[in-house]
Design a protein around this ligand. Structure first.
Ligand code: SF4
Length: 882
């Protein structure tokens, strides 16, 4: 058995790999054996096709030596001609800490620029900035156990049920036992909000006001811990005065945040009346033009009540990516140095001496948005992108693509082809998580080993090795001479303890001397891990002060409302985020058929009132646009979305839909302190598209459908091939029905039989390609709103023998078995909506627990439990019994 970690979210669940199959590790302190739908489907991603397995330059295969030699030579030339700031790295929260450490050392210590940033900038850099402002250091003060020991859990801008499912289930299980109250603060009624005792669907941008109002309420009701403030906090009076200015009364807050006064008061009373409070927050707080202020507004309330670092109490930033925290430890962000040191003269000198650096970076580098602007305007002449896909995920993704097209040298290291590798001059094949060896740190500061349990394909190599090899080829052989990741880890641990007299909480000195065997066997361990007597330890920090500021006091931050928080200024506001079964740009999860059945295509959720005002029907095609571009999706009417807001998943890319990522439209506004993009506040307009026809294509191969009639498509992997949903807003041309066009569309050879059925009166046409008695492909065309009966049956037949009767049924639009689209509610056990509804109706089930006992749905990760509740409510006859 090999113990390793899940490569998706920041919960950091442990995996035990037995006979090559990863399952939940019962011994891991994050998940105790549980996995969510994505983690449970990891086994299905191990052998995905199309891996990058050989270095490529200009589209040609080359040796590693050629590729790395070219990169090193180009870096030296560019550095000599244009200075170190003409080179940049853009890396990833998917990196292991060792990858991050080596890339950061190469850029900041040897190339001599601060220009390394990470996609974690888009994820939690506002939390980092908020922590540094309040605590003097980027430290999460609590641990996961606090969620189980709290009496009140507040979830702010966090759809935990879908995005951190295993932790959500730990919290919900504890709630069952101790009756924990749960408040969700989120403009959307998400799956998480569905299960809360109180949901505050506040207007976007009103968070600082809401939390300032809470601080005022706590002061007015004498709930502050004055003695603790006196001993451990500075800035209290200024912060309270600013809060009184921003949020003078509950009535004022309620009106400005578009909430009911009684709900705001109920929230304030719950916080004031409960000592054990944990406030969880993630992207809804961080991805904002005032994200850092939002974080500090939350921290202010916890500091003023001393609810920090004690069991069941504290603010808790949930990280999005598996190793966002590890990246923060080694300086993966452009404004950090390494080991929680910054760009002060003392820190630059200290790190420079430790690294024996020839040329330390003297100032922070470009943050993500600025970095790609600098690529676009030529200040950056070479960029190395690794384990991330900015051509889809960055704000104004279209401009990022243009910038990369203009850049003289684009290097991309990844495991699979993406829209970014397509723009690279040099593509480096990277090992993927199952093949990599190193460490990751989860949201509760717990370092876990990621252990390789299979070999990478072809010539794929780990990222740390690539950066080290380039460093050696640039002439710094000794500084980049690690034989393996254990040596990198020891150096990283030693740097954290170097001249660290307790000024920095982050300290791994106790792990700096472990040998290779101890590194191999390293169990999950929460930092800080100093040498004995050299610093604080423990799962909870700061209960007795000891912050990382010169006077050891925390700083409460006076907060003003920014102009962006004038909620009246928002019109139709685009919020982007994750859905339950997909991960980032779908390079892995998008290829697992059963993960594509929960939400099979890109859609934008909007309130029925906004839809009606624009003549938009549910599932109708809409164009979303602003000055940055235009994207086409299906509409999903949703009363859980506030009027004036719309929500679209961040995941779909050019590989999966014709109009590409929603990131094309996202504005480049950033938080002025953290530089984190505001991914939740882009203004857009939406208009219905009058569809002229609809279609459905099934075939064995992917690739774009070859049709030109103003075509929109989205693609989903199915068991034996691909399913394409098609639509167009210009009439289908007659030649679409010609044999040549159809064979091209279906991608069938001349020896395949082409059979058809047509009903021109109803504008319904069905074609199928049969090769050697097997269904090779089929395509259905129909009028707008057409319901293609038979599609689900055809999915089951694709690539299989097809009998004469099945052939007739297929062309006739059979209503036989397997007709309804299969919507998977429980991905862990592949339980469909239809099966659950049938069981509810026929067996009188009235609770999720009964559904679980009958069908297993909801009994693993539990992230479908809110949907099970919805289904129970959708069967009216049984509602009363629930
Ligand atoms: Fe992986 Fe799911 Fe655990 Fe996150 S909650 S680490 S995605 S198994």
């Amino acid at each position: 058995m090999t113990r390793t970690t899940c490569p998706y979210c920041g919960v950091g669940c442990g995996l035990a790999v037995v006979d090559g199959v990863p399952v939940g590790d019962v011994a891991h302190p994050a998940n105790f054996g549980r996995l969510c739908s994505k983690g449970a489907a990891l086994k299905d991603t191990l052998s995905l096709p199309d891996r990058l397995n050989v270095p490529m330059m200009g589209g040609r295969e080359v040796s590693w030596d050629q590729a790395l030699g070219t990169i090193a030579a180009e870096f030296m030339r560019i550095r000599a001609e244009h200075g170190p700031d003409a080179i940049a790295f853009y890396v990833s929260g998917q990196f292991l800490t060792e990858d991050y450490y080596v890339a950061n050392k190469l850029m900041k210590g040897f190339i001599g620029s601060g220009n390394i940033d990470t996609n974690s900038r888009l994820c939690m850099s506002s939390s980092v900035a908020g922590h540094v402002r309040a605590f003097g250091e980027d430290v999460v003060p609590g641990c996961y156990d606090d969620l189980e020991e709290a009496d009140l859990v507040i979830q702010v801008g966090s759809n935990m049920a879908w995005c951190h499912p295993v932790l959500y289930q730990r919290m919900m299980a504890a709630r069952e036992k101790r009756g924990t109250k749960v408040v969700t603060i989120d403009p959307r009624r998400t799956a998480t909000a569905e299960t809360a005792d109180l949901h505050l669907a506040l207007a976007p941008g009103a968070d600082v006001m809401l939390w300032s109002g809470l601080l005022v309420y706590l002061a007015n009701h004498n709930v502050l811990d004055r003695e603790w403030i006196l001993r451990h906090v500075s800035g209290f009076e200024e912060a309270l005065e600013a809060a009184r200015n921003a949020a003078p009364s509950i009535a004022f807050v309620a009106a400005a945040a578009d909430l009911r006064m009684e709900d705001v008061r109920a929230f304030y009373e719950m916080f004031a009346g409960t000592e054990r409070v944990v406030t969880l927050y993630s992207q809804g707080v961080n991805q904002s033009s005032s994200g850092t202020d939002k974080v500090n507004a939350i921290l202010n309330c916890h500091l003023a009540t001393a609810r920090i670092g004690r069991p069941g109490m504290g603010p808790f930033s949930l990280t999005g990516q598996p190793n966002a925290m590890g990246g923060r430890e080694v300086g993966g962000l452009a404004n950090q140095l390494a080991a929680h040191m910054g760009f002060t003269p003392k820190d630059i000198d200290r790190v420079g001496r430790f690294w024996q650096s020839p040329q330390m970076a003297a100032k922070p580098g470009f943050k993500a948005v600025d970095l790609f602007e600098a690529v676009g305007d030529g200040r950056v002449k070479a960029v190395w992108i690794a384990a991330t896909n900015p051509a889809d995920s960055m704000p104004r993704a279209g401009q990022v693509r243009e910038a990369l097209k203009k850049c003289p040298l684009v290097i991309v290291a990844d495991a699979w082809p993406t829209d970014t590798t397509a723009l690279a001059h040099i593509v480096l094949p990277a090992t993927s998580w199952a093949e990599k060896d190193g460490t990751v740190t989860n949201s509760e500061r717990c370092i876990s080993r990621q252990r390789a349990f299979r070999a990478g394909p072809g010539q794929a190599r780990p990222d740390w090795w690539m950066f080290a090899e380039v460093g050696r080829r640039m002439g710094w052989d000794k500084a980049f001479a690690w034989p393996g990741p254990a040596d990198v880890f020891r150096e990283h641990a030693a740097l954290s303890a170097f001249e660290n007299n307790g000024a920095r909480v982050f300290n791994l000195g106790g792990l700096a001397d472990i040998d290779d065997a101890a590194y191999d066997d390293l169990p999950p361990v929460q930092w800080p891990v100093p040498k004995p007597g050299m610093g604080v330890t423990g799962p909870r920090l700061f209960a007795r002060g000891g912050f990382s500021t010169p006077d050891k006091r925390a700083r409460m931050v006076p907060l003003q409302l920014r102009a962006e928080e004038d909620v009246a200024a928002f019109s139709l506001t685009l919020n982007t985020g994750r859905i339950r079964d997909q991960w980032h740009t779908m390079t892995r999860t998008g290829r697992v058929p059963h993960l594509m059945t929960h939400i099979p295509g890109p859609s934008i959720a909007l309130h029925p009132r906004d839809a009606a005002a624009r003549g938009i029907a549910d599932k109708g095609l809409v164009r979303i646009e602003n000055e940055h571009g235009s994207v086409v999706m299906r509409a999903a009417l949703d009363e859980g979305v506030r009027p004036g807001d719309v929500f679209a998943p961040m995941h779909w890319t050019d590989q999966f839909t014709s109009s590409g990522p929603i990131g094309r439209l996202v504005h480049s506004v950033t938080d002025p302190i953290s530089g984190q993009p505001d991914l939740k506040g882009t203004k857009v307009r939406i208009a219905a598209i009058a569809e002229s026809w609809r279609g459905h294509l099934l075939r064995l191969t992917g690739g774009e459908p070859e049709l030109s009639e103003a075509l929109w498509w989205s693609k989903a992997q199915i068991n034996s091939g691909f399913s394409f949903e098609l639509a167009g807003w210009h009439p289908l041309q007659q030649e679409v029905h010609s044999e040549g066009v159809l064979r091209r569309l279906l991608r069938i050879s001349a020896d395949a039989e082409l059979v058809s059925y047509s009903d021109p009166r109803k504008a319904m046409f069905r074609y199928a390609g049969i090769l050697h008695g097997q269904l090779a492909a089929c395509i259905f065309f129909g009028p707008p709103g057409a319901d293609f009966t038979g599609v689900e049956q055809a999915k089951n037949l694709l690539g299989k023998d097809i009998s004469p009767m099945e052939r007739i049924a297929l062309l006739a639009g059979s209503t036989g078995r397997g007709e309804k689209p299969v919507k998977t509610i429980c991905s862990c056990f592949a339980v469909s909506e239809e099966k659950i509804l049938t069981a509810i109706r026929s067996e009188g089930l009235t609770t999720p627990a009964q559904i679980g006992a009958r069908l297993k749905a909801g009994t693993n990760c539990g992230s479908c439990i809110p949907e099970l509740k919805k289904l129970l409510h959708s069967v009216p006859a049984l509602n009363a019994a629930e």
